[in-house]
Design a protein around this ligand. Sequence first.
Ligand code: AMP
Length: 547
Amino acid sequence: MSIIGKMQDWPLTVNKVIEHAKINYPRQRVITRTVEGPIVEKTYSEIYDRSKQVSNALKGDGIKKEDRVATLAWNGCRHMETWFGAMGIGAVLHTINPRLHPDQIAWIANDAEDKVLFVDLTFLPLIEAVKDKFETVERFVIYCDPENMPATELKNAIAYELYIDGQSQECVWGDFDETTPCGLCYTSGTTGNPKGVLYSHRSNVLHTLMTGMTDALGISIHDRVLPIVPMFHANAWGLTFACPAIGAEMVMPGPAMDGASIYEMLTKYKVTISAAVPTVWLMLLQHLEQNDLQLPDLTRVVIGGSAVPERILRTFQDKYGVEVGHAWGMTETSPLGTIGSLTPEQKALDYDSQITAKLKQGRPPFGVEMKIVDDEGKDLPRDGETSGHLLVRGMAVVDTYYKGAGGDGGSVLDEDGWFDTGDVANLDDQGFMQITDRSKDVIKSGGEWISSIDIENFAVGHDKVANAAAIGIYHPKWDERPLLIVQLHEGQTATKEEILKQLEGKIAKWWTPDDVAFVDAIPLGATGKINKLALREQFKDYKLPTY
Ligand code: AMP
């Protein structure tokens, strides 16, 4: 006779996170710089109550379990209330990246079949421009109070405060299985259209426990945390759940991401921990240096999304006494995959050796497994030198993309359950991982992807262009910016301006290549695909005019 464990079946649903905060940290606050201007404070208790009002407003609009509810918004407490309000009733909260081209935003909302779209005032013009392209959205909720509600023709548009006003704070939450989906976030489309990652309640709760470990994000109830990383980019690295779970206070930057505004929030609210991509830190460090400022309260920054440059690491630690945690992750890994907390062995090394260790992407917390393999899928040694394709497996790692994208309708894992990250890395005998290359060809600018394929496809639409390739070129501020390499049809001549004009209005403005280089022939690989490796080699010393 088989027996089963005799412990309680306590479903891992994310509503329990904010319920825990309501009961145990009712007076801890979330402080938000709003789009309208004022800085607003809400306690976890108030956020819980207002989230319930969101749930009832959504239910009033007919939203049920598994329906998709989208947001196009900065980090802020209203955004947070919408997350918990939608997820609590089993709806799927879909964060859309506002930095995408408006056509892509509409495409993603249609693919997700979003029914309600919550939007910050900032992004109103963006979606009004493509309002007729939204096929499934029945209601637009604008994050503002009725006094600040602008005139708009968006379908059933209503001010957020009016939408939730008078709604009951009683609502049953979590009345479903822990495998119910609760979040949806699209990856950038490196091959074709973007793919949706559909997080479950269970995976998000487990990810919350994982990020809450001391050697992971290292947050405590004594911390005040500023998530600069957007909630629409891989769940603000889990902070929207981890902070209320732990009781840490949050400081939300809203739309103001420049060095001066971030510095103001950091110092005014005595922030102890913050998280962002390297580009943001570069802006902050410049601001500090130019104005001879210090960071008396900040103890730790988590940096990820792109590799941390040594200068940022050393400046934070040596000049400002702020410890750097270098993290790696992906939308597909919820996102935390590794973090560079040092081992006792490494801590005993001299300072420069510790820096070398910290420049690696770090080691996986419990719940993430990693290995590297060669082109044939054979395991490679963990010697800290051999590079291979990085594969991951774990309790918060994607199995199948939304609607089966990219996997012929099914799982995208190999037969042993491993997910190929598309990164090339080495691993050492203490689990430290170091990214050495990227097998994907997207360009990463300011922590956000630019799809080279999109740029190329539109460029070759020009009738003088025979072939085109976009590659990332090092840029001191944005990490990478696109260079468009063009091969013209025989006998043709063209100018840079002429080619860039072809892209105008088709791609987001910030995707526009910083330069165009003309070549006689674009190198092709064995299967007829553009050989990007050869191009990167050819242009490795190229200096962009915007450098
Ligand atoms: P995303 O899904 O947009 O967060 O992008 C995930 C990708 O960003 C990874 O597959 C890596 O290529 C890259 N990435 C994330 N963190 C790091 C890091 N610390 N160092 C280098 N690349 C990183």
